[in-house]
Design a protein around this ligand. Structure first.
Ligand SMILES: [Zn+2]
Length: 370
């Protein structure tokens, strides 16, 4: 049914149009190609114009089964790799069963096998449920311009299949932590470090307290991590620093913990008199917790995988995806893409031997979910 080399050649065409999120012109060239790849299929295409400097989104709807809640397939066409990566640090190359290229693993191969699964489902006249395949342009920056579209389509879906990469030797993702982002802005009082140090209030000194307070919120037993990833402050070595800022990343496995930790971070108080702390931000992606319906979906997929000849293992991960947005609305299964490694690096790669079994799993889900 599926031919590894034919699909790999197709993945290569998608990879060779570089599509960094911040280059909407390039993302749109890829959208053009994906649209033309649907020529002759029993689907309707809806291209949603990009906003805020992002590329267009594409909605592909099967002509069958659109009268009731169906299957939403979620993919993204953007990558983190800057333009020129393909000609420089990460050219297309194949070494035995391994293929390399920018965005090949995260997630052009996953998007492409879902497209082939849809083709195969269409050739068989379609399954019990309609399939809607959404390709977004901005996942790598947190999906600011596609979130409302993902949520609207997620509300209409019974099942959501996310084609993010498979993990750690083919595992798929049944739960993801929620992701919060915060900016901490500290304002002290500048003064001469030699002549009048006592008149100053050091924002950097306060930042030291803030970093320890924030990272002190980490709780391994409850799966909470808080990372101060960027700090900045001060002007000169001989000036008591007036300002300091920190960018903070929060990961939490449940909605309750999201609320608790957001409250603590937004409520940070200064330890030094005369210094103010302003915290902005909040949850960017809610936690993706496994519901009973998602568990049943996973078990069905595991059964199908066993018939194909591989074991499907579900894992929890700290990384967020667009699946976080749909998990509260519809049974969501993530990590259905091709196996490989090196997402976001200069050795990003897929194991081509997993192309066909993974495409077959997606086809079976499209043909059997009811
Ligand atoms: Zn991705």
């Amino acid at each position: 049914m599926f031919e590894q080399n034919a699909i790999l050649a197709h993945i290569r065409r998608w990879v060779e149009i570089e599509s960094p999120t911040e280059r909407p012109d390039q993302v749109n060239r890829l959208v053009d190609m994906v649209m033309s790849d649907h020529t002759g299929l029993p689907v309707t295409l809806e291209r949603v114009p990009g906003t805020d400097g992002c590329g267009d989104h594409l909605i592909v709807r099967s002509n069958w089964g659109q009268d009731k809640p169906g299957i939403l397939v979620l993919s993204h066409l953007d990558t983190v790799h800057p333009m020129g990566f393909l000609a420089g640090r990460l050219p297309w190359r194949e070494e035995g069963p391994i293929a390399f290229g920018p965005g090949i693993y995260d997630m052009k191969s996953g998007a492409c096998i879902a497209h082939h699964a849809l083709r195969a489902a269409a050739a068989a006249g379609g399954g019990p449920l309609g399939v809607t395949h959404l390709y977004v342009s901005d996942e790598e920056i947190g999906s600011p311009t596609s979130r409302s579209l993902i949520e609207a389509l997620g509300r209409q879906a019974k099942y959501v299949l996310v084609t993010e990469p498979a993990r750690d030797g083919g595992k798929i993702v049944t739960a993801r932590k929620g992701v919060g982002r915060f900016d901490v802005h500290i304002r002290g009082l500048a003064s001469h470090a030699g002549a009048k140090p006592h008149e100053g209030r050091s924002a950097i000194r306060e930042l030291g307290h803030v970093i320890l307070a924030l990272e002190g919120l980490c709780d391994e037993a409850r799966g909470v991590t808080v990372t101060v990833g960027v700090v900045q402050g001060g002007t000169k070595a001989n000036v008591i620093p007036e300002e300091a800022v920190a960018a903070v990343d929060l990961r939490v496995p449940t909605a309750e913990l999201a609320e608790e930790l957001c409250g603590k971070i937004l409520g940070l108080k200064p330890k030094t008199e005369g210094v103010t702390i302003t915290v902005t931000g909040g949850m960017n992606r809610p936690p993706f917790e496994q519901t009973p319906a998602a568990k049943a979906l996973f078990e069905h997929a595991a059964q199908q995988a066993a018939e194909i000849g591989f074991e499907l293992i579900g894992i929890h991960t700290g990384g967020g995806s667009d699946g976080n947005f749909t998990a509260p609305m519809a049974a969501t299964l993530d990590g259905l893409g091709v196996d490989g490694k090196g997402a976001h690096t200069d050795y990003e790669q897929i194991d081509c031997r997993t192309i066909v079994p993974r495409a077959e799993l997606l086809r079976r889900l499209m043909m059997t979910l009811a």
